[in-house]
Design a binder for this molecule. Sequence first.
Ligand SMILES: Cc1cc2nc3c(=O)[nH]c(=O)nc-3n(C[C@H](O)[C@H](O)[C@H](O)COP(=O)(O)OP(=O)(O)OC[C@H]3O[C@@H](n4cnc5c(N)ncnc54)[C@H](O)[C@@H]3O)c2cc1C
Length: 364
Amino acid sequence: VNDVVVVGAGVIGLLAARELAAAGAGVVVLDRSRPARESSWAGGGILSPLYPWRYPAPVNRLAQWSQGIYRELCDSLRDSSGIDPEWIPSGMLVVDIDDRESIERWAAAFSMRFEYIDTRTVRELEPELGLEPDLALWLPEVAQVRNPRLVKALLESLQRTGVEIRPDSPVQGWRTSGDRVTAVQTPSGELHADNFVAASGAWTAGVLESTGLRLPFQPVRGQMLLFRGEPDRVRRISLYRGRYVIPRRDGRVLVGSTLEFVGFDKHTTDEALADLRQSAFELVPALVELPMERHWAGLRPGSPDGVPMIGPHPALTNLYICTGHFRNGVVLGPASARLLADQLLGRPPILDTSPYLADKFMKS
Ligand SMILES: Cc1cc2nc3c(=O)[nH]c(=O)nc-3n(C[C@H](O)[C@H](O)[C@H](O)COP(=O)(O)OP(=O)(O)OC[C@H]3O[C@@H](n4cnc5c(N)ncnc54)[C@H](O)[C@@H]3O)c2cc1C
């Protein structure tokens, strides 16, 4: 019997597996197809919510905790896997500031450094910006990771430490006995364990449906573009009207993203392409000259206010749920995984668990 079976090999399932393995548990991670190729691969890797002051405190608490350890996490993953997740403190320039009072309240509550800057300073920080705001917000501590590398590094480092990761293993049901799960059911048979973690991203509501749980989560499609440029030409994460550019270390620039409620459809569309290109050229006119390499879509695990569910299933005591990270799973992941592991292992939790427990979601 395994100690823990984790269902879903996205950033959340992998970080949870890492926490549990570090505590000495024997962990098997199942993915229905190729591990780490869904939302966690498709995302942007900004290590901050966009306009974080618009989010409820439970989201910001997880973000703050993760931001505090991200650099160290990436160093440790690089050393243990040989793959560099490219943690870079690019800083984030918010070109459209709305509500200064909310910004200041948020910054004070979560000890975030911020500066209001004028056009000249904006130009110094990001000479390629196509907009000339009288006033912008500069968040110098916001960093990024290259999320496809982060998840690759996680996979490699977990495998090196003895965690088994099984691709092509969709979980189709749960075998239960009283208030406990005894096994997950897959096409190749049942897998027994002492504890189970459902971390199946946008698919989690479906995965848990047969347990009698109706979760208010839904997939939210996001499309992204990738341009190929030279290193250091675009230097900062810039955000304007919900659209952003993210410069990678090798000169590639990501532009995102759309927010679409279209079920589990992961196709890209011509409308989004045109729309994202327009935003891209408005933010950084130099992108017009650069070749566009790729256009893709991912399905975010959408939750009502962006607050993830982290904790035990309300009826099955050894089944834990960690999902609903919506637009912020990469930044929230380390804290969510720790909080999940704390509950599963009976350790004192890093944060008050109550905003993340299942009953909060059932009432909403
Ligand atoms: C365009 C876009 C941009 C984004 N930008 C950012 C950003 O800048 N910063 C940030 O923090 N977040 C960002 N996000 C959000 C972030 O990517 C997600 O919140 C996060 O990846 C969710 O991780 P997850 O592990 O829950 O889900 P996923 O990565 O989707 O992983 C879930 C896994 O579960 C597996 N699975 C599903 N069903 C089953 C089953 N029945 N059995 C076994 N396995 C199953 C899937 O195959 C998948 O591998 C972005 C997302 C998108 C789409």
